[in-house]
Design a protein around this ligand. Structure first.
Ligand code: IPE
Ligand code: IPE
Ligand code: MG
Length: 250
């Protein structure tokens, strides 16, 4: 079996955890059971990333568009999130995992928001790995919110329009403190971004897996990392340039 090269790990892995509904249908369960089983994959992948030495893991758990799903399904997903935060907080503290959330957190219910804030506060000093949950997240909403923030700061004279660069723009995004993802995995055989990390994935390597999220485990993650390590990230340059100056990282 092939092995991961620990000298060439992706610093940041992002995952679009898709296929819970189809998994449930395949096994003649309701969709909510699919989401419940999906939570087991979350636990397995968080643990594996921590052990492998990944520094940032972003999980797309709920999109802004997902609010339009049937009420019972939305409620069940929120309930699972609450349950996950309660049951995994100790594990995060034990394993040095810092919890962060990106998205329109204000749209979550009060109790859930409190739970999330408490978990973020308690894990804030952990340095082993950042677990970044995308909740009520939309890439276009994030960009619009950034533009609004910039306009406001221009109005009050904190910045000038001339000072705006892509680096400064990035600091207005939800991901201001998080590097761009190196590897983005989407499960369930769908080949789209679904409004995820639009700005941040400009030079991300994409990996698509046919495995449905509730079946996704450590070995599938390892396959994705090995495939990532086989690729040459050129950032617009030529292969020769990269070979001459191996230090270029974009
Ligand atoms: C992903 O699984 C979980 C969320 C979007 C919250 P889906 O629920 O989208 O599963 P499919 O795509 O219907 O199979
Ligand atoms: C993307 O999956 C969102 C999450 C995984 C949270 P969806 O299932 O909502 O995406 P579409 O609708 O198939 O594009
Ligand atoms: Mg889906």
């Amino acid at each position: 079996m092939k092995k991961i090269d620990h000298g060439k790990l992706p610093q940041h892995i992002a995952i679009i955890m898709d296929g819970n509904g189809r998994w449930a249908e395949k096994h003649a369960f309701g969709r909510i059971t699919g989401h419940r089983r999906g939570a087991n994959s979350v636990k397995a992948v968080v643990k594996a990333c921590r052990e492998i030495g990944i520094k940032y893991l972003t999980l797309y758990a709920f999109s802004v568009e997902n609010w339009l799903r049937p009420r019972e399904e939305v409620d069940a997903l929120m309930g699972l999130l609450d349950k996950y935060l309660r049951s995994e907080l100790d594990e995060m503290l034990r394993n040095g995992i810092r919890l962060v959330a990106i998205g329109d957190i204000g749209s979550l219910s009060g109790p859930l928001r409190n739970m999330l804030e408490e978990a973020m506060e308690k894990t804030a000093h952990n340095e082993g790995m950042v677990l970044n949950l995308a909740l009520s997240y939309g890439g276009r909403d994030e960009i619009v919110a950034a533009v609004k923030g910039i306009l406001k700061d221009c109005q009050i004279g904190k910045i000038t329009p001339q000072a705006l660069t892509k680096e400064l723009f990035s600091t207005y995004l939800y991901t201001a403190d998080i590097p761009d993802p190196d590897l983005l995995i989407r499960t369930s055989g769908e080949y789209r971004l679904s409004n995820f990390l639009l700005w941040q994935s400009a030079y991300t390597e994409f990996y698509f897996s046919d495995v449905l999220w509730p079946d996704f485990r450590r070995r599938h993650l390892i396959e994705a990392i090995i495939e990532f390590q086989r690729r040459e990230r050129r950032f617009g340059l030529t292969s020769n340039q990269l070979r001459r100056d191996g230090t270029y990282t974009g």
